[in-house]
Design a protein around this ligand. Sequence first.
Ligand code: ADP
Ligand code: TYD
Length: 210
Amino acid sequence: MASGQFISFEGIDGSGKSTQARALAQRLGAMGAEVVLTREPGGSPGAEEIRSLLLTGDPGRWSAETEILLFTAARRDHLERVIEPALARGQTVITDRFADSTRVYQGATRGDLRDVVDRLHGLMIGREPELTFIIDMDPAVALNRGLARKSGEDRFEDFGLGFQETLRHGFLALARSQSDRCIIIDGNRPEAEVAAEIAAQVQARMSQVV
Ligand code: ADP
Ligand code: TYD
């Protein structure tokens, strides 16, 4: 059976992931691809309920260990109910965040929990995107962009600038260690310029998307 392509967007809060995921979905859709645009945490009804537990409230509400379990539970539901069925239908799935976010946010910021994240991922998820765009940018600019939205889901933004700097380095290290699927994109540029680079990368690597 044909299997669709799986693309993720990653990066620090406010780096432009949602904007670029939407732009790519529109561009591929206009070219005739069947695209499912989704996000994490969330993307399925059950996972959206878990999302609100994770993103609202006090920054100290959950330990990093509890977060790993909650994010993985949400991801499993999203994978079973949305991502895998769409890929099996041959559709292209574009997700705003996936497992790399857990590797970096939970695995590398509050003690070294990367091994726990990887083991749980192997047990419960066991799937990587074919292509991951890591949007890199200055955390001070990104944080202002993100907080300006006042979404009410700012639990991670509320950890502050130092936390975002650690995340940035975590994403860059991850991109270097998984360079077969990860592409670093400079997000400090106008939206259209970033979108054009991403579209060119998809077309160069994935001729079967459309
Ligand atoms: P993320 O999903 O990474 O948190 P968003 O795509 O929601 O980021 O973008 C955060 C904010 O920054 C939004 O208000 C968006 O309109 C704006 N934005 C996104 N990309 C750019 C860009 N390249 N230049 C300037 N502002 C941008
Ligand atoms: P998102 O809505 O993408 O936030 P933003 O638009 O600010 O980038 O994601 C919500 C928050 O959840 C974000 O701060 C990152 C965090 N997160 C994790 O800590 N671990 C994860 O596994 C995922 C998917 C997200």
